[in-house]
Each structure stands twice: as structure tokens, then as C-alpha cells.
Design a protein around this ligand. Structure first.
Ligand SMILES: Cc1ncc(COP(=O)(O)O)c(C=O)c1O
Length: 391
């Protein structure tokens, strides 16, 4: 078969290949990017689905508006307001996961050959999705405080990118959080250079201690002219359930209108049943206690993983302990290759993801990502001990 040329630039993700090995019996996996299903509020979701099916069966099982189920748009608007972001229900659309919001951004903004700047490393699916639209992707270096703004400024001047894509809070895979000072500078840069900045924020609610700095969206109110260059993607996947496939996109009206048009040809609208379920769920007052529980379980797992890594791997590895989210981003010292380490680790029945695929170019082969979200404390201890045997 002859496939579209646009597929030529895309490879099956190395991570998917690795996932095939994860069914080995007895394996302890730190490889996934999934939230822990044991923490889903099944009771609250069951109650919400039953309520909307009882109250409005015709509407929730019918076709719906491309922009989203209106009560959910209102619910997301209130949810964002509680986080200091003022956005009217009409200022957002509901998307089929935030992944679709990213796809709509690619579809509406990227022409073949356009430059796009992302963090190095960044979310692999975004790299693949933007490449599908022909983006020429440029990586901007990061440290523990997120993207290095001085370098970003130079890259913007050099490449005049169509957009800059950032995961400012508890990044995937980096775990890093952009400092408040850098956030403000990025908003100033966006306004001054008239560059679209996409803030992808699926993990911001998963903080372990103090809340992270306010989102770029929230801070844009303080930086004149920045809001019109900012798109924000949110999601219930990591705080409620990814299976609902409910995310959202907040963007300037012109961009939102074009994204809505593209969504019409893509999936017409996100499932009314899951949107209405999410909207009802938000009225129950259960999200806060659910989040408290998720935060405290993940915080404990992250702490145990940090201690185990130090104890078992010592000088062989360096990392910054994340303050939230689901991931440790680490680097092997002494010139070790993370891909080779991953193979030996699978033999010892423990899995993680080598870091190279998360770079758009010039990967650091010593890096790796470990998720602490789904393994219990005993498995984390045991898994990291197995890693030592695999060194
Ligand atoms: C940074 C980032 N953005 C977006 C997504 C997509 O999430 P969803 O489509 O489930 O909202 C993920 C999922 O892992 C992610 O890590």
C-alpha cells in the first residue's frame, strides 16, 4: 500500500515496542505513563453516569455540540477560576483528551516546514503529532527550573517559530517545574515577539507539598498582551480518569474557532455521555478529596523512589526529585547507556523508559524516565533493588 508522505517522518514509538515486553510475568514496571487505577473514584463516576442517564438519557446518548457539553464548559470554567484563571465557558472547547487539543493545535497552526520549539526532552506524542503536520522541531534545553529562557529567547529570534510548546508544571518526562520568574519572562517574550506559546498542563494538580507557581494562563493577566498569544490545554485524565477522554483547550477566539472547525471534521464532538458524567462529577464535591488522596499516595511513592534510587544506585545515577506529577527523570553517570541498561533491567524483571525518544533531536543517551504512579511502595523498593543488579 502507498501511504501518505506525511507518515514518512514518523516512526512507531520505541516506547510502544518496549511495552510489548511488559507482559512478562513478575515484571515491575516504572515504564508507563498511566495514573494508578486503584485511585479512580469509581463510586463517584458510577453515580455520575447513572444520574445523567436517568436525568437526560436522550441528550447524553445523542449527537452534541462540537464546542462541548455546555454544563461541562461551565464546570471547567469554574474549575479554572478556582485556580486563578478567568475564562468564560465560551472561551474554551472540550476535547477528546488533551491529546486532541494538541492535535487541533498542530492542524490549525502548523504547515510543512514550520519551525516549532519544544523542551528537550518533551512529551513524545506531541513530537510525533506535530511532525505529522510537517513541523521542523527544535529542542530548547531545560534544567530543574524548566526551560532555559535565555536560550529560548535566542532560539525564537533565530527560528521565528510558529509556536513554542511547553509543559511548565511537573513535565513529562522531565518532572521539572518552570520557576515563577521564568514563567513571567516567557509571557513577556510571547507578547514581545508575537509567538504563540502552548501551555500543556495535565499534571499541575498533582503537587506533593506547596502548590506549584500559577499557570502561564493565570499569570497572563499580569503581563499585558500575553493572553492573546497563549493556548492552554487541560485534562481530567490524571486527576479523574483517562478513560473518560475529557480534556479542554483555552485559546484566543480566532484560534479556538478554527480548532472547533477542525474538530467537526475529526470526531464531531467528544462523547456527551462522558462529558455529562464529568460535569455531574464536578458538582458532587468529590474531586477535592479524590485529589488529596492521589497527591498523598503519589508523594509517598515519589519519596520512597528517591530514597531507593539514592540507596541502591548511588553515584551511578543523578536526578532531581520531582515536587509533583508522576515521573523521575534521571541520568546515568560514567557514560552508561540507558537503552542498554533498560535491556538488562528487563532481564531482571524491571522496566523503565530510556530517555532518547523524548528528544526531538540530539538525544542524551544516558537519560531515562521512571514513573512512580502505579507501583506500590514494596514494588518500588523491590524494583529499584533489581535495577542495581542490572547496572
Ligand atoms: C504532557 C502530556 N500532555 C498530554 C497528554 C495527553 O493526555 P490526555 O489526552 O489523556 O488528556 C499526556 C498524557 O500522558 C501528557 O503526559
Amino acid at each position: 500500500m502507498k501511504f501518505a508522505q506525511r507518515l514518512d517522518a514518523i516512526e512507531t514509538s520505541a516506547i510502544r515496542e518496549l511495552f510489548k515486553l511488559l507482559s512478562k510475568p513478575g515484571i515491575i514496571s516504572f515504564a508507563g505513563g498511566f495514573p494508578d487505577p486503584a485511585l479512580f473514584d469509581v463510586e463517584g463516576i458510577r453515580e455520575s453516569t447513572a444520574a445523567v442517564l436517568a436525568q437526560q438519557p436522550g441528550a447524553v446518548l445523542q449527537y452534541g455540540a462540537t464546542e462541548g457539553w455546555q454544563p461541562l464548559r461551565e464546570g471547567i470554567s469554574a474549575f479554572m477560576a478556582a485556580k486563578g484563571c478567568s475564562v468564560a465557558p465560551e472561551g474554551l472547547i472540550v476535547t477528546t483528551g488533551s491529546q486532541q487539543a494538541l492535535d487541533l493545535i498542530g492542524k490549525t497552526l502548523i504547515s510543512p516546514g514550520d519551525k516549532v520549539i519544544v523542551e528537550a526532552p518533551t512529551f513524545l506524542a506531541t513530537i510525533q503529532c506535530f511532525r505529522l503536520y510537517g513541523a521542523d522541531i527544535v529542542g530548547a534545553p531545560i534544567d530543574a527550573d524548566g526551560v532555559k529562557v535565555d536560550v529560548l529567547e535566542q532560539l525564537i529570534a533565530q527560528h521565528k517559530p510558529k509556536l513554542v510548546y511547553l509543559i511548565p508544571t511537573f513535565g513529562n518526562p522531565s518532572g521539572a517545574t518552570l520557576s515563577l520568574e521564568r514563567r513571567k519572562r516567557i509571557l513577556e517574550l510571547a507578547a514581545r515577539t508575537q509567538t504563540i506559546v502552548v501551555e500543556d498542563d495535565p499534571y499541575g494538580e498533582l503537587y506533593f507539598g506547596a502548590p506549584p507557581p500559577p499557570s502561564l494562563l493565570s499569570l497572563s493577566a499580569q503581563v499585558p498582551g500575553s493572553r492573546e498569544w497563549l493556548a492552554h490545554c487541560g485534562s481530567f485524565s490524571k486527576i479523574l480518569s483517562p478513560g473518560l477522554r475529557v480534556g479542554w483547550m483555552i485559546a484566543p477566539p480566532e484560534l479556538l474557532a478554527r480548532a472547533t472547525m477542525c474538530k467537526q471534521f475529526s470526531d464531531a464532538h467528544t462523547s456527551n455521555l462522558t462529558q455529562a458524567t464529568a460535569a455531574h462529577y464536578l458538582t458532587l464535591g468529590r474531586l477535592q478529596p479524590t485529589l488529596d488522596q492521589v497527591r498523598s499516595v503519589y508523594a509517598q511513592r515519589a519519596l520512597v523512589m528517591a530514597e531507593a534510587l539514592k540507596r541502591e544506585l548511588g553515584e551511578a545515577i543523578e536526578f532531581n526529585a520531582p515536587q509533583g506529577g508522576m515521573f523521575f527523570w534521571a541520568r546515568l553517570t560514567q557514560g552508561r547507556s540507558a537503552a542498554e541498561f533498560a535491556k538488562r533491567a528487563i532481564d531482571k524483571l524491571v522496566a523503565f523508559v530510556p530517555g532518547a525518544p523524548f528528544y526531538a533531536h540530539d538525544p542524551d543517551p544516558a537519560t531515562l524516565r521512571l514513573s512512580f504512579a502505579t507501583a506500590d511502595l514494596a514494588k518500588i523498593e523491590e524494583g529499584i533493588a533489581r535495577l542495581r543488579q542490572a547496572l
